[in-house]
Design a binder for this molecule. Sequence first.
Ligand code: UDP
Length: 421
Amino acid sequence: MTNDRTTDLIHRSPLESYTPFAEPELLDKIQSLAAGLKGITVQHINSTYIGGGVAEILLSLKSIMCSVGLNARWDVIKADAKFFEVTKSFHNAFHGGKLNLTPEMIDIYRTTARANLDIVVPDADFVVLHDQQPLGLTERRSGHQGKWIWYCHIDPVRVDARLWEFLSGYAGHCDAAIYHLAEYAKNLGHRQFFLPPAIDPLNEKNREVTAGEEQEVLAKLEISRDLPVILQVSRFDRLKNPFGVVQAFLEVAKEIPCRLILAGGAADDDPEGQTVLEELLVMVNNNPHIKVLNLAPTSNLEINVLQRAADIIVQNSVREGFGLTVTEALWKAKPVVATPVGGIRRQVLNEETGLLAGTPDELVQCLKRLLNDCGLAQKLGLSGKEHVRKHFITPVYLYNWLIVLHRLHYGEEDNSADLRT
Ligand code: UDP
């Protein structure tokens, strides 16, 4: 029995609706690749419908795969708070955090996986396990006729050695792995594909908004635009370092009057958010120029409007798999200042599509530069948008996915030049 509940969450845009953003040749190639895969079942499995980049990706990926004739579905494992505490500690240990991997943790992980084994569609042509939380489902791999893919959305380079010994046993049962970047490859002896994710220019978070919608949302959120606005959108997570953004803002505001908005929310599979939010509120100490918004999971239009209303968008992550918030910000032609980590480096090309700030002092200097130089801010924003249009929007992502599915389905050899990365 599976639990695909995504029908209500997903908006459907036929491939033709992407014509304003994608070259006609790309759309043609998508149609012909999709024709060869018509009707195949692709089951995506992750650990939450709500919150974070993977849920964001799956919303549009499932929809666009269906719209070109694949039978794509999205199921979520059922798990309790203990499991998510374990997997959040695994997540942090992927990003280089310390982990004391105990037999109890292993037991919680295995027990949850075994309780979810029935989620796997027996005759799926592809089973795609997103991130580490559902990897235990590979216990169902043996005897299953489909191809299994592990899709690693985070930066696994510094993963804790013992944790990797445990999880690679599961990941290695898959027929292939997908990583966002080539430098993330874990070389498990199966096929590997590298494709960065994408944003959907047509969904509620990225579509154009009307002036009326903008005004309404800003009024509802009590956002004042009397001064330049600096924004960071992220789950309240230490790895997104909102504390560093506050420090930089306080420094900048001594010289240039401005406002800061930190917008975030919870993800079902992230139990640390509340603690980080509370610590942040203590640090902000009711500063009237700083607004911390704890948004509901459905706040896509709100995030869209905030990103469009901001003068500068920051992404101060300590680690980042890809960083869809950066893609979203660039798509809105905003000047972005971000740390040079993970997939951010593919998006923010320093001085070309945004500014990279590797230290707290550099962050302050970049913010001041952009606040003082509207021409630079505008130029970076426009080339950032074009960079996203070429590389990181849904049609490009779908095309890459179809290539991967084709190769695995028909046993074709790799020809990396086919992928548009
Ligand atoms: N997001 C959201 N509400 C929030 C915070 C983030 O909808 O309160 C979205 C954000 O717009 C982006 C995704 O969650 O689409 C975050 O993806 P990213 O890759 O930046 O980071 P992750 O959360 O996966 O580490």
